[in-house]
Design a binder for this molecule. Structure first.
Ligand code: ZN
Length: 616
């Protein structure tokens, strides 16, 4: 057995908050005698896009003792220090001005970083333990700052600056860190301390938040079985005016939300925005098992220098998306009606993207790096979301298994076996292993199901499946441009004449109404209008940022209208034959007249305890 490596020592200091600069050093006791190489990750696990974090390194230097050592850049994110006897220290100045869950951000109000943005990887030393010293910025203005992270403490006081540790580099970069004057609330779920740290100004009802997240976390812990995989868990929340995002980590999650998404003090009921926030927190928490521990073989280990291809993101993101809201209904935070509304909106979103007829979810997953994460104006026509369609595949799989086994088996059983066989051991999941394992666990033949769902663009038989569970699906045209689905049309609306539509999605840029996306088979596309065109007039009447729907409401499908628009500052005129709004909007309702056997299947699937009131 080789002697254990001495730890690699990192130090990060919020050196110049006013200039958004962290100073980060790494010290290697016994560097490679041939010249030690270092690199910065090109991407961050969980967000499948090459981001080249090394581009934020402003300065880099190396020294051995007091002697300056040459450091040569080998490629966009790799350096090699000249051969020297240790200890070797490399110091970087890193610009941090990306307030996303994937980045690093520092100003005079707070600091946040992911290790992928700031910590150099010491080549050949992936398994060495790491020690990291987190230092406060100098000055009395920062004396109330404290630290929130799931990194294990190695001398630092709770929430204090000081020493933290990580078992290896992979762990080091999987614990984001917040520093500043955040608000904090905690709760215990199944013996595990959970904390919620919120930075940014807000007036959230913290007790309510803790109470609700306790239910969510207990639901997930119980789902997978008695012993939680973590001893401590941290929700790191950044509240801003307008934002949304989440990134999963092994013992924490970074969430970005609008301050209005957080629960309001004293309110008896909480709006849809808060339910969306709970769904996001539930999603990232489920990832603690599914993707952080049950991982695709392609990610074990991660290659942080380049794209890591897998066709399985439908399972890691889709199944997680399926369980995020399902957990909320199962623990009583969503009513069944609210759950079905959310589900109908997912069905609607997939139905509205013609990309679903061109790209399979396996392809969407494989190409996530260049398509899903780099969407352009043609995205709805070209790609399918492995999140949205993936969650519908999870639903279809769950219902198929429940139906075939008369409720004896379900996707829940498949997930628990995945946890036992892969999550606990860390053995990666091979590209088609979930498919084989699902058949094995459930004793149901699923070859045709997976061939159709994952590797073809055929529609999923969801309305028929839902019917077997006492749920009625109806598909009709959207009632307005803002109709995202999920509500049953007014009875009076049934006889209303069909709406005429352009087949576009619009956005307001400056004072202009621009075409953001021009949809396949729509009237705008047929007439030669393009994404980016600024609408000027319809039948000689000025189009403003708010009146397009009203102008169209006076037209009938089949009518030909004159549209003026600017493209590259040039006025163009097109005659557009309007089409009827397509039937692309789902509503789902509980069918109370369904036979008892179907209702029993339904209750076993979306049973929920008594609805939760905001008890004081
Ligand atoms: Zn996710």
């Amino acid at each position: 057995m080789a002697a254990p490596h001495p730890p690699i020592r990192y130090q990060i200091c919020a050196r110049h908050p006013e200039a958004h600069l962290f100073e980060v050093s790494v010290r290697v006791e016994a560097p490679d005698p041939a010249g030690q190489t270092f690199s910065v990750p090109a991407w961050i696990p969980g967000s499948y896009m090459i981001r080249d974090f090394a581009r934020h390194i402003v300065r880099i230097s190396a020294r051995a003792g007091r002697r300056t050592i040459g450091i040569e850049k080998l490629d966009k994110h790799t350096w090699r220090a000249a051969p020297c006897r240790g200890p070797l220290t490399v110091v970087c100045e890193i610009y941090a001005w990306d307030l996303s869950v994937r980045g690093a951000h520092l100003d005079t109000t707070h600091g946040f970083f992911n290790g992928t943005c700031v910590f150099l990887r010491v080549h050949g030393r992936a398994e060495s333990p790491c020690l990291v010293e987190i230092a406060a910025p100098r000055g009395s203005a920062y004396r109330r700052w404290r630290v929130a992270t799931s990194l294990p403490r190695a001398g630092a006081r709770r929430h204090g600056f000081g020493s933290y540790s990580a078992e290896n580099y992979d762990a080091l970069i999987d614990h984001p860190v917040e520093m500043g004057e955040y608000s904090l609330v905690s709760f215990v779920a199944r013996g595990v301390v959970h904390e919620i740290a919120i930075s940014g100004r807000h007036d959230a009802d913290l007790e309510r938040l803790a109470r609700d997240l306790k239910r969510v976390t207990e639901q997930h812990i119980d789902f997978f079985g008695a012993r939680p995989p973590v001893r401590y868990y941290l929700f790191l929340v950044t509240a801003v005016g307008d934002g949304y995002g989440g990134l999963e980590h092994r013992a924490s999650t970074a969430l970005l939300c609008s301050r209005d998404d957080l629960p309001q003090r004293g309110a008896e009921t909480q709006g849809e925005r808060y339910l969306t926030f709970l769904g996001l927190a539930s999603h990232e928490y489920f990832h603690t098992w599914n993707v952080k521990r049950i991982k695709p073989a392609a990610f074990t280990p991660y290659d942080l220098t380049r794209e890591n291809y897998t066709r399985q993101l439908w399972a890691f993101e889709g199944i997680t998306s399926y369980y995020d809201d399902l957990a909320l209904v199962r623990c009583g935070l969503l009513s069944r009606e609210q759950y079905l509304k959310a589900l109908a909106r997912t069905l609607t979103a997939v139905q509205r993207s013609n990309g679903r007829t061109k790209q399979t979810v396996a392809e969407s997953s494989f190409d996530a790096w260049v398509k899903f994460y780099r969407q352009d104006e043609n995205a709805p026509n070209a790609i399918v979301s492995y999140y949205a369609k993936g969650s519908l595949i999870a639903l279809a799989l769950d219902l198929t298994v429940r139906k075939a086994t008369r409720g004896r088996k379900s996707l829940d059983d498949i997930m628990r076996v995945l946890w036992q066989q892969h999550g606990r051991s860390g053995r990666g999941v091979g590209e088609t292993e979930i498919e084989a394992l699902a058949e094995q666990v459930c004793g149901v033949r699923l070859g045709r199901f997976f061939a159709r769902a994952l590797y073809s663009t055929e529609e999923l038989p969801l309305p028929a499946l839902l019917h077997e569970f006492g749920i009625k699906a109806t598909l009709g045209p959207a009632e307005s441009a803002s109709d995202r689905g999920g509500h049953t049309p007014e009875p009076s609306g049934k006889n209303a004449p069909p709406r005429a539509v352009l087949g576009v999605r619009t956005e307001v840029v400056g004072g202009d109404l621009k075409l953001a996306q021009v949809l396949d088979q729509g009237s705008a596309q047929a007439a030669g209008l393009s994404a980016g065109d600024s609408l000027v007039a319809l039948n000689g009447i000025r189009v403003t940022t708010t009146n397009l729907d009203r102008l169209l409401a006076r037209q009938r499908p089949g009518a030909v209208v004159r549209i003026h628009a600017f493209r590259r500052d040039e006025l163009i005129e097109r005659r557009v034959r309007l089409l009827a709004a397509p039937a692309d909007t789902y509503a789902l309702t509980l069918d109370e007249r369904a036979p008892a056997a179907r209702k029993r299947l339904r209750d076993a699937w979306i049973s929920s305890p008594a609805p939760v009131r905001n008890r004081r």
